[in-house]
Design a protein around this ligand. Structure first.
Ligand code: G1P
Ligand code: ZN
Length: 543
């Protein structure tokens, strides 16, 4: 037995953001930093004595070393068992599922999601609770409070940890169970979707391309799409997870998944393209010559999910984050379904899902999911799309054209200004916040402001209130711009500008979104002085 108690002290800046703590990898690698934070998590959740925890990550640089440290700290804090994905790998949705399936007390997920990985890039750690979802704010507040007065961490420094060997072994007095990271998740998917219909689609010559972006979904997609559903070998590209994601940004959007976009817009494009991010919770959907925005994807899925066996009884409701377009609301309204608008971040969907108030959730940032787990789920979204394509026999572009003809089109785009000087970003937000009440009635760049406010959310389930969740300005005719500072950036501030305009006229449904949104884009700059305050003439990333 060699448990040690190591004296430590509070380290500044360990405040978890929208999805856990994200920092540069080198910060996490500083002596005692990770140890300190893991101990703060364990203390913040009331200790782990006798508890069962799921542990796994997206395989980025430092993943395995960090897992070993976490297991050693869990042992020294009296945890009964840790269930770990083989090789330290678990996609975020698979981890969520494993927590639920095994009735674990919670889990630690190691990932910085779509941020690049490597010694000079990003790392992250998130605690998920027994429902499988990200810890609610009350819990992350406790964890943060603990980082501010922590004095010691406990660690077991004997024994060896073998992450590759499936089966159960001992680390000190704690059991370590290494499991196949894919099997349970694949089984869950097989229960939700019509695998026969999707297999038949592939047999009939339907061609797909899934870009795993050298990240965690490679092994999951190969097993499910190629092995179980019979998609031709090579359907999954970039399918081997790499510690640095091949040097790229594992973020499934038209900017970072450009090679896939080029293929989908090129000659002889496959029928269906999709990509997922570093930890497997995001998705991008694109048909031949037809990119589907995440907001539209949520709306289409809300409309047609009942075509998949797991949702055959219909949906109880749908929730979207506030900056996500209102396309899903229009479907919910038409179907008489409940519809909720929550702050950015998946954790806000947890209560609604647990209470059975909604079945489907989505965010504009390429996140879609349902009550099957408590995280967004990239491959799940891909499979639901495939199921719908198989059931309707339509192409992606036909489905979109039908959707817009029926519900109208919410033109949508997000403009990101990255690594802006924190001070300038705060000045921009504060100055706009102060002027909000004076905006209604004002004409900006030819558009009349109808309403302006700062979004706050009253959770209908637990009554909690989340304030300061983004500045919203609405225009006559169904336009909107939202300003928000990112909670996941690791360098300076990232200003997100969310732009939306509703179009119902049939002959204007197929414009380029940036063109369709031009007046809103102009109004946004006029309202907030973006170019003047950030010194940028255009956004760094447009999605
Ligand atoms: C971003 C997305 C948000 C998502 C989060 C975690 O957060 O905008 O929708 O939930 O990543 O994937 P942000 O950087 O905007 O705070
Ligand atoms: Zn992610």
């Amino acid at each position: 037995m060699s448990r040690k108690t190591v004296k430590t002290q509070p380290i500044a800046g360990q405040k978890p953001g929208t999805s856990g703590l994200r920092k540069k990898t080198r910060i996490f690698m500083e002596p005692g930093y990770l140890e300190n934070y893991v101990q703060a998590i364990f203390d913040g959740i009331g200790g782990v004595e006798g508890k069962v925890l799921v542990v796994g990550g997206d395989g980025r640089y430092f993943n395995d070393t960090a897992i070993e440290t976490i297991l050693r700290i869990a042992e020294a804090n009296g945890a009964a068992r840790c269930i770990v994905g083989q090789g330290g790998l678990l996609s975020t949705p698979a981890a969520s599922h494993l927590i639920r399936k095994r009735g674990a007390d919670g889990g630690l997920i190691l990932s910085a999601s779509h941020n690049p990985g490597g010694p000079d890039e990003d790392f992250g750690l998130k605690y998920n609770g027994p429902n499988g979802g990200p810890a609610p704010e009350g819990v992350t507040d406790e964890i943060f409070a603990r980082t501010q007065d922590i004095a010691a961490y406990h660690i077991f420094d004997g024994g060896a940890v073998a992450l590759e060997q499936i089966g159960t072994s001992q680390l000190g007095e704690m059991e370590v169970e290494i499991v196949d990271p894919v099997a349970d998740y694949a089984e869950l998917m097989a229960g939700l979707f019509d695998f026969e219909a999707i297999s038949a689609l592939f047999k009939g010559g339907f061609r797909a391309c899934f870009d795993a972006m050298h990240a965690i979904t490679g092994p999951y997609a190969r097993d499910i799409l190629e092995t179980r559903l019979g998609a031709p070998a090579g359907t999954v590209i970039n399918g081997v997870p790499k510690p640095d994601f091949g040097g790229g940004h594992p973020d499934p959007n038209p900017v970072w998944a450009k090679p896939l976009m080029d293929r989908m817009y090129g000659e002889d494009a496959p029928d269906f393209g999709a990509a997922s991010d570093g930890d497997g919770d995001r998705n991008m959907i694109v048909g031949a010559n037809c990119y589907v925005s995440p907001s539209d994807s949520l709306a289409v899925l809300a409309d047609l999910a009942h075509l998949a066996p797991g949702y055959a009884n219909g949906l109880t409701g749908v929730a979207r984050s506030m900056p996500t377009s209102a396309a899903a609301d229009r479907v919910a309204e038409a179907k008489g379904m409940a519809c909720f608008e929550t702050p950015t971040g998946w954790k806000f969907f947890g209560n609604l899902l647990d209470a059975g108030r909604v079945t489907l959730c989505g965010e504009e940032s390429a996140g879609t999911g349902s009550n099957h787990v408590r995280e967004k789920d990239g491959l799940w979204a891909v499979l639901l799309w495939l199921n719908i394509l198989a059931a309707t026999g339509k192409s992606v572009s036909q489905l979109m054209a039908d959707h817009w003809a029926r519900y109208g089109r919410n033109y949508y785009s997000r403009h990101d200004y990255e690594a802006v000087e924190t001070e300038s970003a705060n000045v921009l937000m504060n100055s706009l916040r102060e002027r909000l009440s004076t905006l209604p009635g004002m004409e900006v760049a030819g558009l009349t402001v109808t309403e302006a406010d700062e979004f706050s959310y009253h959770d209908p389930v637990d009554g909690s209130v989340a304030k300061g969740q983004g500045l919203r300005i609405f225009f006559e005719g169904g336009g909107r711009v939202v300003f928000r500072l990112s909670g996941t950036g690791t360098e300076g501030a990232t200003l997100r500008v969310y732009l939306e305009r509703l179009e119902t006229s049939p002959n204007a449904l197929h414009q380029d979104p940036q063109e369709a949104l031009a007046p809103i884009i102009e109004a946004a700059d006029a309202l907030a002085g973006i170019s003047q305050r950030t010194g940028r003439s255009k956004p760094d990333v447009i999605t």
